[in-house]
Design a binder for this molecule. Structure first.
Ligand SMILES: *Cc1c(COP(=O)(O)O)cnc(C)c1O
Length: 397
């Protein structure tokens, strides 16, 4: 754990006060330091800062900025890591963490059920630079064991996968990875900082798309890389600050305020998601519901052990395939058709024709992305209105 005294606070206290910096005006809401640069009192100070900047000494917003630092400190304290580096988007965090920590000739073992852009970075970008990437079924520990036997530099996985919500036994994978000498990077977007214990389970680096639940209101792109100080302020900061994936101070301010209500929002969304999953399961038009909070979920017991809540996304398959899925979506009146998640607005996504459209057919089958599959990101509306809307749209099929 870190030397930050705020880490002793409980999560909701950190979420309100963590990382706050007040100027001489004592402003209540955090200030937005919308500045790319900083003036030095004299030439000696400029020289000294370039030799080594102290805490809260900034040089250039691509390297760091007071509003961005407040966001980084707050999320690091929530996550329980020594440090965090904020990035322009979730993908800047994923690609930055992976690229900063490997080199040509290294091996990466990754779970196959990944967000499309994460797959692109691993399969297309890193492979082009001579990194050997091996994919496994993330829920099969024997596959991890076999793939890690020859050793690896990095392990990359989504703790809860998109869109089929497989839950990975992170502690077991971390044990295997560490025995193989690998650093574990976890993309924790679906699990959220509220429900996940990724660091306690052994993850070395946790990355988030802050665009999702951390904003939670569909306004800003952002991402963050959390981990030990020597890694985050070492190779990750060096890579990020020279390649340009910095978070804007304005987005940092929005996301800082997103963190204030994160716990309340995510828990309310998860409670509605649980109700919706239970209501959808017996419906005749629904052939399967995938939700870690249902006893029918293949990793239900694991999810209960390792996650403090079931998540805010419910995925379900409609027996009538694509035609039924489109009819269902077109009949929705409250739920919006889009592709974000973690938003206050409930969102229905048809992965096969949108987020996962480009995957070859055999990969879709392998990942369970069927023509009738709907991913529902449950928002903050009254759950009864959502249930009415969903039931009416299902009956319209
Ligand atoms: C959305 C998402 C990302 C990418 O985040 P952006 O902020 O859109 O760049 C990465 N991983 C997962 C699991 C996501 O859901």
């Amino acid at each position: 754990m870190a030397d930050n005294p705020q880490h002793a606070w409980q999560g909701r206290t950190i979420a309100v006060h963590g990382g706050a910096r007040r100027s001489q005006y004592g402003e209540m809401a955090e200030a937005i330091y919308l500045t790319q640069g900083f003036a030095y009192p004299d030439a000696e100070s400029a020289e000294a800062r370039f030799v080594k900047s102290g805490p809260d000494e900034f040089i250039y917003a691509r390297y760091g900025n007071p509003t961005v630092a407040a966001f980084e400190d707050r999320i690091a304290a929530i996550e329980g890591t020594e440090a965090a580096f904020a990035t322009a988007s979730g993908m800047a965090a994923v690609s930055g963490a992976l690229t900063a920590l490997c080199r040509s000739g290294d091996r990466i073992v990754a779970s196959r059920a990944l967000f499309g852009s994460c797959l692109y970075v691993l399969e297309d970008v890193l492979a082009r630079f001579g990194v050997d990437v091996v994919f496994v079924d993330g829920t099969d520990l024997e596959q991890w064991r076999a793939a890690l036997a020859p050793g690896a530099r990095l392990v990359f996985l989504e703790s809860v996968s998109n869109p089929t919500l497989e839950v990975i036994d992170l502690a077991a994978v971390c044990d295997l990875a560490h025995a193989a000498g690998a650093t574990v990077i976890v993309d924790n977007a679906f699990a959220t900082p509220v429900f996940s214990q990724a660091v306690a389970q052994g993850a070395d680096i946790v990355v988030y798309s802050a665009t999702k639940h951390i904003d939670g209101q569909g306004r800003c792109l952002g991402g963050v890389i959390c981990g030990k100080r020597d890694v985050v302020r070492g190779p990750i900061e060096a890579y990020m600050k020279h390649t340009g994936g910095a978070m804007s101070p304005f987005n940092a301010w929005v996301l800082l305020n997103g963190l204030t209500t994160l716990d309340l929002r995510v828990k309310a969304q998860a409670a509605s998601a649980q109700q919706i999953a239970e209501a959808l399961e017996p419906h005749p038009a629904v052939s399967q519901v995938l939700f870690p909070g249902l006893p029918s979920h293949p990793q239900h017991d694991l999810a209960r052990r390792v996650m403090a809540g079931p998540g805010t996304v419910v995925t379900f398959d409609l027996a009538g395939g694509k035609e039924a899925a489109f009819r269902f979506m077109n009949a929705l009146q409250v739920v919006l058709i889009s592709n974000n998640l973690g938003d206050a607005r409930t969102i229905a996504t048809h992965p096969a024709t949108t987020t996962h459209q480009r995957l070859p057919a055999d990969q879709k089958v392998r990942l369970g992305i069927t023509p009738g599959l709907i991913r529902l990101s449950v928002g903050l509306e009254d759950p009864q209105d959502l249930l009415n809307d969903l039931t009416r749209a299902l009956n319209a099929i």
